[in-house]
Design a protein around this ligand. Structure first.
Ligand code: AP5
Ligand code: MG
Length: 213
């Protein structure tokens, strides 16, 4: 099964992709996580990516394309859930051509719909465990008491200015990709507001009959 998980920043893509990956035995491929891993290595590409991410801007497509395609290839072109790729029309066309070349179709696009007001609340209160990568939310899913507070960090792009810039990028450059997928008939919208398990149930519902019961 191949899933593209679509949605604005803070829609819950990472949260839901993690659950889907665990429960449906899929590889979770997040271009955001891949970029953050490259940044940690301190290479020139990492420095470029960091500059864009910090400002809440999309990273140049060529960098992201290679990361996404290499990781999909490692997965033998199947059993993956893409989180955060594609994010522009150019990337959507690259992905389509790439999957076609490797006879890796069909795939389903699931779009999480979450209004801006929820997004700002979710992102401004998101925290990350710098050791394990675990994601928390100060209100909905607070870090457990036994986790060392020094390990609880905030992403650079979860500061208010960067959040607004990410939302602007999403509306200008990513939203149009939805129409492209709608026209192809493999696009499913899911209400992303509600408890995490509730949203998960809605996703599984729209994946039927792709997902075995
Ligand atoms: P990326 O890391 O992908 O960030 P994003 O798309 O902005 O999305 P987020 O990771 O912020 O949110 P999410 O939807 O995963 O939500 P989460 O589950 O964490 O990308 C970062 C940057 O990298 C981009 O801005 C760009 O610069 C660059 N980049 C990446 N891909 C790129 C590409 N293809 N092209 C160019 N550049 C690219 O949830 C958010 C919070 O809400 C958490 O605290 C969570 O606990 C909480 N939460 C989740 N679900 C619920 C719920 N149902 N109810 C209440 N709270 C919830
Ligand atoms: Mg994420």
């Amino acid at each position: 099964m191949r899933i593209v998980l679509f949605g604005p920043p803070g829609a819950g893509k990472g949260t839901q992709a993690k659950l889907l990956a665990e429960r449906l035995q899929l590889e979770h491929i997040s271009t955001g996580e891949l970029l953050r891993a490259v940044i940690k290595k301190g290479t020139g590409i990492g420095e470029t990516a960091q500059r864009f991410i910090k400002q809440g801007k999309l990273v140049p497509g060529a960098i992201v394309r290679k990361l996404a395609e290499d990781t999909i290839a490692e997965q033998d072109y199947d059993q993956f859930i893409l989180d955060g790729y594609p994010r522009t029309m150019e990337q959507a066309e690259w992905l389509m051509a790439f999957l076609e070349t490797h006879k890796a179709r069909p795939f389903v696009v699931v779009s999480l719909v979450v209004p801006n007001a929820f997004i700002v609340k979710r992102l401004s209160q998101r925290r990350i465990n710098s050791e394990t990568g675990e994601t928390y939310h100060l209100t909905f899913n607070p870090p457990p008491a036994d986790v060392d507070p020094a390990l609880i960090t905030q992403r650079d792009d979860d500061k208010s200015e960067a959040i607004l810039s990410r939302l602007r990028e999403y509306h200008a450059r990513t939203e149009p990709v939805q129409e492209y997928y709608m026209a192809q008939g493999n696009f499913r919208e899911v209400d992303g507001v509600g408890e995490v398990e509730e949203v998960y149930g809605r996703i599984v519902e729209v994946l039927k009959p792709t997902v075995p019961a």
